[in-house]
Design a protein around this ligand. Structure first.
Ligand SMILES: Cc1cc2nc3c(=O)[nH]c(=O)nc-3n(C[C@H](O)[C@H](O)[C@H](O)COP(=O)(O)OP(=O)(O)OC[C@H]3O[C@@H](n4cnc5c(N)ncnc54)[C@H](O)[C@@H]3O)c2cc1C
Length: 370
């Protein structure tokens, strides 16, 4: 039975665990309810690990919208949409388009950038305070461009939005290869790049497990294997929540159920303007290999990231608007392998392809109003 004044958090991913930690540090009692047998086994499990305010651009620029539409029904395009989801996405899609004007794009990007800086600062504080270790790297990230026009557009976008910020350096191909020698092999194919010295990366799952320890060791409770079926409301206020084990009385609930938050909240007539979008990652062991890259690399034009974590390398990307669907299509594995091959041909040739760990998950894509 939950105590009436404690805060119940639905979902034990990055959001639920981070919210629990912050609430505890403000003196609140928390109870996290997670339906899986482990925390962070959904969208927070094998993501690209980027803690990068530099990646603040939402996916609603004209080139992203073009990429989504031109990937219709395809499995080897960086972004795609399935015909089956079109009816359920119709009105949401209209709202999405209404929020995709150039001025909305700019203001959303600026706001996401501030949110990213805030999130990074909180993560840094936590890491330093508790000496957390999660395969983090604080040396920054690099974006590369193979198309001169796109490179120039990206520079003018950066300058327009981040005006006086010193958080970006423009690099020519020689400077890229000096910074990340593993990119020397493809140097001649690049138009240029950008270095973001303030970005960080780290393994989200390991970070979540550290948060889990912190929460449990400081008196917070986490119940796994507990599915929430419903939130019950009485006179406009939360009264209790119905789990598959019991009914818990509580007045305070934080919903951090990732892509499923919409369904939970719909039952109490709260309409979250989000839809699931499926992304993939492929992780290889790199222990014992030479020629490992140091920096996380982003190729923004195809929404692909390659992140080194100590003895692993992870390629993450693709955005499929296919509803809830965890099927892994072989073309997606091929696509991620091609990305690694295109960026690090030498490393790719040495990696044991039979030991790659493929993962996919649905995250929430939202119509952003702020
Ligand atoms: C391929 C890929 C790459 C990504 N790369 C990055 C990146 O580089 N940087 C970045 O910042 N983000 C990245 N993301 C996004 C990031 O992973 C997510 O935004 C983040 O993990 C979401 O955390 P969350 O806690 O909201 O959701 P989740 O981690 O999905 O947690 C929600 C939890 O709620 C639980 N739950 C749901 N319904 C119920 C219920 N009814 N009862 C009980 N429990 C319930 C689920 O089991 C789950 O554990 C990436 C995502 C993908 C798919």
């Amino acid at each position: 039975m939950a105590k009436k004044d404690q805060i119940v958090i639905i979902g034990g991913g990055l959001q639920g665990l981070a919210s629990a930690y912050v609430l505890m540090s403000r003196g609140e009692e928390v109870l996290i309810l997670e339906r899986d047998s482990d925390v962070a086994s959904s969208a927070s499990f094998a993501n690209a690990g980027m803690l990068t305010p530099s990646q603040s651009m939402p996916w609603n620029s004209p080139s992203d919208i073009f990429q989504i539409l031109s990937g219709f029904g395809k499995k080897d395009s960086p972004m795609s949409v399935s015909a089956l989801t079109l009816p359920s996405h119709f009105f949401w899609g209209l709202k999405f388009l209404r929020n995709s004007t150039p001025s909305r794009f700019d203001s959303i990007t600026r706001n996401l950038y501030q949110l990213g800086l805030y999130s990074k600062e909180k993560t840094q504080n936590l890491r330093k305070k508790f000496r957390l270790s999660y395969d983090e790297s604080t040396q920054g990230t690099v974006k590369i461009y193979r198309n001169q026009k796109k490179f120039e557009q990206a520079i003018s976008l950066q300058k327009r939005i981040f005006e006086n910020s010193k958080s970006m350096e423009i690099l020519d191909r020689e400077q890229i290869s000096a910074l990340e020698p593993q990119l020397n092999e493809i140097k001649d194919e690049l138009s240029g790049g950008m270095y973001f010295p303030n970005d960080e990366v780290g393994d989200a799952y390991k970070f979540c497990k550290s948060l889990e320890d912190l929460i449990r060791n400081n008196g917070g409770r986490i119940l796994t294997n507990t599915n929430i079926n419903k939130i019950l409301i009485n006179k406009g206020k939360v009264n209790c929540i119905v789990t598959d084990r019991a009914i818990l009385q509580t007045n305070r609930v934080v919903v951090c159920a990732g892509s499923w938050s919409r369904d939970l909240l719909k039952k109490i007539r709260i309409n979250l303007p989000v839809r699931p979008v499926k992304g993939y990652s492929l992780t290889y062991e790199t222990a014992g290999l030479n020629d490992k890259p140091n920096y996380a690399i982003v190729d923004e034009s195809i929404h692909t990231a390659i992140t080194p974590f100590n003895n692993r390398i992870r390629i993450a990307g693709s955005a499929e608007f296919v509803g809830f669907n965890n099927e892994i299509h072989p073309k997606r594995i091929e696509y991620l392998n091609n990305m690694l091959h295109n960026i690090y041909p030498n490393l790719y040739s040495k990696i044991n392809k039979n030991e790659g760990k493929i993962w996919c998950f649905s995250i929430t894509s939202s119509v952003i109003y702020f």
